[in-house]
Design a protein around this ligand. Structure first.
Ligand code: PMP
Length: 290
């Protein structure tokens, strides 16, 4: 378990070159640091291979373009950098973190001449939810923080600025002894947790919130595809917090969480042994082993 990522060993790909992780620094006067002009990805490595690498790098470019950031490297170059990081860090089960940020050409919001920096770091996979948490299911609480609507922020971008409320929500949840927090939109519809998407099951059919103001996860899309391929009814719709009691089962999806059952949301209990849920976990585990 890494206690301080600033002590990471090995090499980081930094603006086109490999540098020692210890010297992969940014200046204190970087626009990214002050104004959150940062986008990033989180990619899981299974058996030396990055899962859905192309999809993640496409999203990195999309997230950046939503922040008017033009990445000065081709997608192919970044994909190759990711592969080289896997090799140089000797990662078998691991994690990749590509990150893009604006440099220090201005210390005000407007920065038309920004230098765009790109780095890719990688490390051994640290367990996010233990096997026993995955077996028993996790506990979610409802956050007081709401996802901003699409007219207030680039909600589909995986950009650092939007994670401010995720950190606050996660800290509040952990203080109350929950694993994570579930955020709603301004109208009281369920959105996502602080680092995963959410699905509900009732009477053998699955429903998931429409990704209109939160991250449309790559794992979420894989699960939707798996449902379609296996004739499991799947609907994307607005799901009001008030209607949660109508569902029997619930699970979250994400690069870190993979597919993790939820055993309760506040005091509302869910069945973590649902057969459809087990089937999806089984199919997903097969997919990541390919
Ligand atoms: N929502 C948020 C806020 C996240 O950080 C993540 C993790 N990237 C997800 C959803 C799930 O996305 P993915 O399946 O692409 O990891």
């Amino acid at each position: 378990m890494i206690k301080n990522y600033e002590n990471l060993k090995g090499l980081i790909w930094y603006n086109g070159k490999f540098v020692k992780a210890k010297s992969a620094k940014l200046h204190v006067l970087s626009h990214g640091l002050h104004f959150a002009s940062v986008t990033f990805e989180g990619i899981r490595i299974y058996n030396k291979k990055a899962f859905k690498l192309k999809e993640h790098i496409n999203r990195l470019f999309d997230s950046s373009s939503m922040l008017q950031i033009k990445i000065p490297y081709s997608k192919k170059k970044i994909i190759n950098a990711c592969k080289k990081v896997i090799d140089s860090q000797k990662l078998i089960e691991g994690y990749l973190r590509p990150v893009v940020w604006r440099g220090g050409q201005s210390m005000a919001p407007g920065i038309s001449n920004a230098k765009i920096n790109v780095a890719v770091a990688g490390w051994k996979w640290p367990i996010y939810y233990s096997n026993s948490a995955k077996e028993k299911g996790i506990k979610l609480t409802i956050s007081k923080w709401r996802r901003p609507p699409a007219i207030c922020a680039p909600v589909k971008s995986k950009c650092s600025g939007l994670y401010m409320i995720c950190t606050l929500a996660k800290h509040d949840a952990e203080k109350k002894n929950f694993n994570d927090a579930l955020m709603q939109d301004l109208e009281g519809n369920i959105c996502e947790t602080t680092s995963s998407n959410i699905f509900f099951i009732k009477n053998n059919s699955i429903e998931t919130p429409k990704a209109d103001c939160f991250l449309n996860g790559i794992t979420r899309n894989e699960v939707i595809k798996l449902c379609k391929m296996n004739n499991i009814s799947i609907k994307e719709k607005k799901i009001s917090l008030k209607n949660l009691k109508n569902y029997n089962s619930c699970f979250i999806t994400g690069t870190a969480a993979e597919i993790t059952p939820v055993n309760r949301i506040n005091n509302l209990k869910f069945n973590t042994k649902d057969l459809i849920l087990k089937k999806i976990i089984y199919k997903f585990n097969k997919l990541i082993k390919n």
